[in-house]
Design a protein. Structure first.
Length: 343
């Protein structure tokens, strides 16, 4: 059975920087930079322009990952696309990405499978686990795993929505998971979910149990109330569970791998709140130089946080071959996951 390793990483964030002060001055939100920085560590985020979607953001990230993997786009055997902000209800963003990468054109078109993953902040790790299984089973040699989000289109950018909208930003990260006979790569990984908290962090635009699934006006126009149109969150409950589950799942993969936290050279924590990660870091006694963050610059980019962190760490020369890494995520569902990777 081959090993599955991350052969290439890539990322892309849209150029428009929106600072905490911009939320106040450009959108009229009653907030302060002090409040946001103190509670979350976020200083700015990126917003894509109108007309740009998650598959568009994913294109340069995927191209960079494929180039860094030293393969051609046509070598890919599968696309796994994790997002909570797909272009449309259906089809998923994976097929749009496939088309935008030119993989449906010309004599080299292979029409590889494209799978969308709907596990929000844990989506990348759910995708990584899927890709690892596909590669190890021999079903695929190179799988593109993307996390990409266009949050800015679906945030309640008003004082009413500030508790959620101040947290999120747009961006895309990608990795290629490839087969190798070398003793390296994605080792133990573990995923979890607790559906009792399905409504604790959710965006319930429609209700398929209702007839019709979105209320209509007399003229037949769909009407969605703001509390359904925009994501709702019980922040304190999410925070508590995030700390608990991330700690637990990290311990589980360490035990499965027979290692201690001190054996890990670099930690990629999901970027939901700098305070969550600092709490974990302190509790586990992890020194600063072993942790990378980007929430200060990008906010929470949900499925994209971990692959962006990885791609930036490679680009900055911090993440090197032979390092032992841990990736840990938690989010809506609740869902969570962790993986140990020998880079
Ligand atoms: O990736 C998905 C997972 N998500 C997370 O992990 C998020 C986890 N939760 C959190 O990070 C924190 O709960 C938040 C940062 C979201 C919120 O912090 P909090 O300490 O739980 O604040 P809160 O929601 O209890 O709100 C406290 C106050 C409220 O005002 P009142 O009711 O006390 O008058 C809010 O209206 O802060 C107010 N508030 C704000 N004020 C200024 C909420 N958002 C803002 C804001 N600016 N942006």
């Amino acid at each position: 059975m081959p090993n599955a390793f991350i052969s290439g990483t890539g990322y892309y964030v849209p150029p428009r920087v929106v600072t905490n002060d911009d939320l106040r001055t450009q959108y009229g939100i009653d907030t302060t930079s002090e409040w946001i920085v103190q509670r979350t560590g976020i200083e700015s985020r990126r917003y894509a322009e109108e007309g740009v979607g998650s598959a568009d953001l994913a294109v340069p990230a995927a191209q960079m990952a494929v180039k860094n993997a030293g393969i051609a786009l046509t070598d890919l055997d599968m696309i796994v696309f994790a997002t909570l902000s797909p272009e449309h209800c259906f089809p998923g963003s994976g097929v749009y990405l496939q088309q935008k990468l030119g993989l449906c054109d010309g004599p080299n078109a292979k029409f590889v499978p494209a799978l969308d993953v709907r596990n929000q902040c844990s989506g990348f790790l759910y995708g990584l686990g899927t890709a690892t299984s596909m590669v190890k089973s021999g079903a695929a040699k190179h799988v593109l795993v993307v996390g990409a989000e266009t949050h800015s289109a679906a945030l309640d950018l008003s004082t009413r929505g500030r508790a959620v909208s101040s947290l999120f930003g747009d961006g895309a990260g990608a990795v290629v998971v490839s087969a190798t006979d070398v003793d390296r790569g994605i080792r133990s990984w573990k995923l979890g979910a607790d559906g009792r908290f399905a409504d604790t962090l959710s965006q319930r635009i429609w209700d398929i149990r209702k007839r019709p699934f979105i209320p209509q006006s007399a003229e037949g126009v769909g009407q969605v109330q703001p509390e359904l149109m925009f994501a709702q969150m019980d922040g304190k409950l999410v925070f508590k569970n995030a700390v608990m589950r991330m700690m637990e799942v990290l311990m589980e993969v360490c035990v499965a791998e027979g290692i201690n936290g001190t054996d890990i050279d670099m930690f990629f924590f999901h970027q939901a709140n700098l305070r969550i990660n600092q709490y974990l870091q302190q509790h586990l006694g992890i020194p600063d130089e072993k942790v990378v963050h980007n929430i200060q610059r990008y906010g929470n980019t949900t499925a994209a946080t971990i692959p962006i962190l990885m791609a930036e760490a490679v680009e900055q020369g911090r993440l090197k071959r032979g390092m032992k890494c841990a990736a840990i995520a938690f989010g809506s569902g609740f869902t969570w996951g962790a993986a140990i990777i020998d880079w």
